[in-house]
Design a protein around this ligand. Structure first.
Ligand code: UD1
Ligand code: CA
Length: 466
């Protein structure tokens, strides 16, 4: 007993036209290679090997300690790639599953079916196949009149009759490890592409009287592979739809799933409504009875129950129960927005705690501040937190009132229940229940405009005479 996996990821993926290796491109926020490794982990295999070649350091760095790395120096074909892993392969493991790093939607259940089929039939190999509408570019599965496996022929090597076949090779196999090791050295690159085809091992088993069984994939969407950016978008769309469907079944209303983006690690409570253009990323959690969106991006945000977030962006922060955010608010890392708080339009909050029931309704910047409960932060209030070298904190006590257009020059403290007049620039602490006004006195000149207009008219008259 024992099972190994070999993941092929040596080819750069030229058609991606990218500086980045193909398997590092993300699908729903996660690099393709990690989708594969996550599924393989569910199978609790005894060994996982990733074959790298192009950009090997970058791929190996993302794989980390989750798999062994084998290097294929030159990409001479899928058979050659598997051969590159042989040195690392634990021959005590009876079954070796081979799959690709660029087909990220394959599910553990399907791989388990394939592995079991190989083991139950004591077959040399079990091949995952699919009956597809459009087989263009893929290897065709040739069966004999009794329906037994004969071989796989690549499109470039196929006759017109063979090309008419719609059953294709997905490129996913479970091999008897011993038979695989016997077949690999027999491969020769005598084909249209001059490559060592892994598929030729199957014909080899067949000729030697071994069993090769085929397993049709139940859901074709699982085998979608990525060769260019159009296919990347197609694969992303499949997974995005599946994630939305899952949350819809859990009691979340998703008004338009095609325009809703939910990351794999996100959780959402019942009776929450997601409006179009909602993007939930990273370790974001959303409570029950929330309304999120439209056009809202939440990355690593903990949102409690009953929260509304409208047309806003929030990152690495917490939003408390029944809070209302937006439209057009920006909540930055390290912020804790309390219960029933209102963060209104064009408000930016950074690294600040906002106490329960406080209102920051419009056009304010609250940075590096500790704001108490039931505070009114007026329109245009700014915490002046940066002196050009260092950041300083502002403390605003419970139940205080900060009038419109106040500058709070940090470090500064406003006591509980204090009142700061509109337009003030506050440089000194205000005690609890204190009243502060810090603005220059108004000067009013009653008849000034009339006199000025008259002077102007007289000057114009002089000008026309000369
Ligand atoms: C292969 C199969 C084909 C199947 C198709 C499914 C062969 C000969 N053909 O074709 O029957 O229908 O997959 O997608 O196997 N790779 C390496 N090193 C190499 C060559 C490839 O690591 O030297 C990796 C690539 O990075 C890629 C995967 O193997 O992830 C598949 O290679 P690719 O060239 O796309 O195989 P196909 O020609 O599409
Ligand atoms: Ca391919």
């Amino acid at each position: 007993m024992g099972r190994s996996a070999i993941v092929l990821a040596a080819g750069l993926g030229t058609r991606m036209k990218s500086k980045r290796h193909k398997v590092l491109h993300e699908v729903c926020g996660k690099p393709m290679i990690l989708h594969i490794l996550d599924e393989l982990e569910k199978l609790r295999l005894d060994q996982v090997i990733v074959v790298v070649g192009q950009q090997r350091e970058a791929v190996a760095a993302v794989v980390g300690t989750r798999a062994e790395i084998a290097v294929q120096e030159q990409q001479l074909g899928t058979g050659h790639a598997v051969q590159a892993a042989v040195g690392k392969l634990d021959t005590h493991n009876d079954t070796t599953v081979v799959l690709y790093g660029d087909a990220p939607l394959i599910r553990a259940e399907t791989l388990e079916t394939l592995l079991s089929a190989r083991e139950q039939h004591a077959a040399s190999a079990a091949v995952l196949t699919a009956n597809v509408q459009n087989p263009t570019g893929l290897g065709r599965v040739i069966l004999d009149p009794e329906g037994r496996f004969v071989r796989i022929v690549e499109e470039k090597d196929a006759t017109p009759e063979e090309r008419a076949i719609h059953r294709i090779n997905t490129g996913i196999y479970a091999f008897a490890t011993a038979d695989l090791l016997e077949a690999l050295p027999q491969l020769r690159p005598n084909n249209a592409q001059g490559e060592y085809y892994l598929t030729d091992t199957l014909a080899f088993f067949n000729e030697k009287g071994g069993t090769v069984c085929t397993v049709d994939v139940a859901d074709e969407r699982e085998i979608a592979s990525v060769n260019d950016r159009a296919q990347l978008a197609a694969v992303e769309a499949i997974l995005r739809a599946q994630i939305c469907e899952r949350w819809a079944k859990e009691g979340v209303t998703i008004v338009n799933p095609e325009h809703t983006y939910i990351g794999l690690d996100v959780t959402i409570g019942r009776d929450t409504v997601l409006l179009p253009g909602t993007i939930l990323e990273g370790r974001t959690t959303i409570g029950e009875d929330c309304v999120i969106g439209p056009n809202t991006q939440l990355t690593n945000v903990q949102v409690a129950d009953g929260v509304t977030v409208q047309q806003s962006v929030a990152l690495d922060c917490e939003i408390g129960p029944a809070a209302k955010v937006g439209p057009f608010a920006y909540i930055r890392p390290g912020s804790q927005i309390g219960e029933r708080v209102k963060i209104g339009d064009f408000v930016e909050v950074k690294n600040s705690r906002i106490g329960a029931g406080t209102k920051v309704s419009h056009l304010a910047y609250v940075g590096d501040a500790d704001v108490g409960r039931d505070v009114n932060v007026g329109c245009g209030v700014i915490t002046v937190n940066y002196d050009g070298e260092r950041k300083h904190r502002t403390v605003i006590g419970d139940g205080s009132f900060v009038g419109s257009n106040v500058n709070l020059i940090a470090p500064v403290e406003i006591g509980n229940g204090a009142y700061v007049c509109a337009g003030s620039t506050i440089t000194d602490n205000v005690p609890a229940d204190g009243f502060a006004i810090g603005r220059s006195r108004q000067v009013t000149k009653a008849d000034y405009v009339q006199a000025w207009k008259q002077r102007k008219a007289e000057n114009a008259g002089e000008g026309s005479r000369s």
